[in-house]
Design a protein around this ligand. Structure first.
Ligand code: HPA
Length: 296
């Protein structure tokens, strides 16, 4: 039996492996598409999937145990399709802790993408700038993270056939993929910073004191997602990279109040830039022999 330390949403007591089996069957009933790369598209960034061809959308609500995504700016569907010559899958929207979802449910999408065949996971998000040099519109490759959610997706009995009991997180964010992202951005003549992403639960934005604390802790950007997904993906032996789109200076930096509308507007504005980088990245990483680096 699999125990959960859940909030309001229960995902039952079936084992993770059983749930992933059911999810995989539900997808396979629709398509035999085998993605090489899986992308999670954050707030306001779902349009990055517009460039896919032959795409098959599967709404979250049609996948067993998944709720329909409720966060504004998140379409809430899994897309299977082609980015150029590379088979990919995209999560347009994601499941968040702040919606009350169990940490184990939050990470099912990335684990499902691995089940479907993806060896590389690209996590994107909208984030607040903690580093004062990272203003709205900054694209930041995630070099490392701080999991400040107080949650872990891997609590409970471990299924050793899926991943190790004590996963190593020394290189959670693949050096190889970070290099590929920087080369893709350079080829697009685009600036791309690098830094540490702090993941909190939300749903509030931070206080100014918290933003100062995060800076003191070494964070460059802050958001409400991504860290649990990265942990679970590494556990499962997937190679992970990520890009934060800074949509606003962190709370207190300018003194202006933060709004979700501002976040979505900034994401919509910069989304096409990020899409170009990712398209080029997928074209090089997805066609270069074996894409993944295997279990870490
Ligand atoms: N804080 C947390 N999450 C965010 C922010 C922020 O300032 N901006 C976009 N997502």
């Amino acid at each position: 039996m699999y125990r959960h330390f859940g909030m309001s949403s229960s995902i039952g007591t079936s084992s993770l492996r059983t749930r992933l089996d059911a999810l995989e069957r539900a997808v396979r009933a629709r398509s035999d598409h085998v993605p090489r790369i899986g992308l999670v598209l954050g707030s306001g960034l779902g349009g990055i999937a517009d460039g896919l061809t032959d795409s098959i959308p599967i709404p979250f609500a049609e996948l067993p145990g998944w709720p329909s995504a409720s966060a504004p700016g998140h379409a809430g569907r899994l897309l299977l399709g082609m980015s150029g010559d590379v088979p990919v899958c995209c999560l347009q929207g994601r499941l968040h802790l702040y919606e009350g979802h169990d940490p184990a449910l939050v990470v099912e999408p990335v684990l499902l993408m691995g089940r479907l065949g993806a060896e590389v996971i690209v996590l994107t998000n909208a984030a607040g700038g903690v580093n004062e040099a990272y203003g709205a519109g900054t694209l930041m490759v995630i070099a490392d993270h701080l999991n400040l959610t107080g949650r872990m997706p891997l609590l409970g009995p471990n299924d050793d056939s899926l991943g190790p009991r004590f996963p190593d997180l020394t290189e959670t964010w693949s050096r190889r993929l970070r290099g590929a992202l920087h080369r893709a951005a350079a080829a697009e003549r685009m600036g791309l910073e690098e830094g540490v992403y702090a993941g909190l639960t939300g749903p509030t934005y931070e206080t100014p004191a918290e933003v100062r604390m995060l800076r003191a802790l070494g964070a460059d950007a802050v958001g409400m997602s991504t860290v649990l997904e990265a942990i679970a993906a590494r556990w499962a032996g997937l190679e992970v990279c990520g890009v934060s789109l800074v949509t606003n200076p962190g709370a207190g930096i300018t003194g202006a109040p933060l709004t979700h509308d501002e976040v979505l507007a900034a994401a919509a504005q910069a989304g096409p830039r990020l899409a170009r980088v990712l398209e080029r990245f997928i074209g090089t990483v997805g066609t270069a022999g074996t894409v993944g680096q295997g279990a870490g």
